[in-house]
Write a protein that binds this ligand. Structure first.
Ligand code: UT7
Length: 332
């Protein structure tokens, strides 16, 4: 029997209309376009407006886009994995809510939280289901309403994040394409540096936690930066070496979009040129687990079957990792 490989066969996305610019942020907190562009590389980010709207509303639109683009019937989907740090609720899972909003019922679905590395963890999991032969059409939907956990009076974090959702379809193939290798890591030693302090079981919501603004992103930027630069670059180089990939054989590096300086450092360590790197942080900021598939979505038309693509991410936890894949199709 031939080995089953797992391959991405389509990418969908949804970006809310509202654009929050550096100019608008400069009127809200003591910041400037110059600081944000030189220290991070972001010009604008999208924000989901509207009472009662959550990550599932973003995710459902991304899944609908994916089904339409790929001509896939919703009845054929057999697993939906939702990666998010901004679930609609602590429970039930956002994956089930997305399925309901799309009209997919009675299939397997679950949420995963690996923060900014969430897409890599979701992709790896989807891949294993597909490779086992048990599932044929798996969706990884990455849905992040970061604006719901961002403190817009804190200049050190509010300039960084944006809202977005993406959805990718993963299917089996006997061709030598698709996900070739994955390295995933985590180390809870970093948990205090990037965290939402309250609202979980350790510190349930109370008047005190609300007053102390503990239901928003808390980040010690420099500590996270230091770990992100070394770990993301290390793991990307490791996957290249493991798979005998020379720098000029990497068609694209698709890095998590948290800070342009982290992206540049990773590319430098891999020995690749700037034109081999997908970068769209300027337009969307850090959309947590959606950044990598959002790049694939935007670059899809330029991708060719067989392209060597290295994905790399670092996030809260800490979690980090890298995936090496061969792209599965030429754009229609
Ligand atoms: O996606 C998950 C993983 N997350 C990351 O990878 C993020 C990693 N960290 C970073 O990207 C960077 O650390 C930040 C972008 C968050 C911050 O950049 P930084 O160069 O590390 O700045 P800093 O925290 O060292 O702050 C430098 C100065 C401080 O002022 P003083 O103390 O030197 O007077 C800050 O108060 O910049 C100030 N500052 C700002 N000034 C204008 C911080 N935020 C702002 C701001 N506008 N928005």
């Amino acid at each position: 029997m031939k080995k089953i490989n797992a391959v991405i066969t389509g990418v969908g996305a949804y970006l809310p209309d509202y654009i929050l610019t550096n100019e608008e942020l400069s009127s809200m907190v003591d910041t400037s376009d110059e600081w944000i562009m030189t220290r991070v590389g972001i010009k604008e980010r999208r924000i989901l407006k509207g009472e009662g709207k959550g990550a599932s509303d973003l995710g459902a639109e991304a899944v609908k886009d994916l089904l339409k683009k790929t001509g896939t019937s919703k009845e054929d989907i057999d697993l939906v994995i939702c990666t998010t740090v901004t679930p609609d609720h602590m429970f039930p899972g956002t994956s089930a809510i997305i399925c309901d909003k799309v009209g997919i019922h009675n299939i397997q679905s679950f949420d995963m939280n690996a923060a900014c590395s969430g897409f890599l963890y979701g992709l790896d999991t989807a891949c294993k289901y597909v490779q086992s032969g048990s599932h044929k059409k798996v969706i990884v939907v990455s849905a992040e309403k970061m604006s719901s956990i961002t403190d817009y009076t804190d200049r050190t974090t509010c300039v960084l994040f944006g809202d977005a959702a993406t959805a990718v379809l993963i299917e089996p193939t006997e061709e030598e394409i698709g996900i070739r290798d994955t390295i995933l890591r985590s180390n809870g030693i970093g948990r205090h540096h990037l965290v939402m302090k309250a609202g979980g079981s350790v510190k349930p919501a109370s008047h005190e936690t609300v007053d102390a603004k503990e239901h928003v992103v808390y980040q010690e930027g420099q500590a996270v930066f230091k770990h992100a630069v070394s770990n993301m670059a290390d793991v990307a180089v490791e996957i290249m070496e493991k798979n005998n990939l020379e720098s000029d054989e990497v068609t694209w590096l698709v890095p998590h979009q948290a800070n342009l300086r982290i992206i540049d450092a990773t590319a430098r360590r891999m020995g690749i040129r700037k034109d081999q790197v997908m970068i769209n942080i300027e337009k969307y900021g850090n959309t947590t687990s959606a950044t990598i598939p959002l790049c694939l979505y935007e670059w899809e038309k330029q991708l060719k079957k067989g392209d060597n693509i290295v994905l790399a991410a670092f996030g809260a936890g800490f979690t980090w990792g890298s995936v090496y894949l061969k792209w599965g199709y030429d754009s229609k």
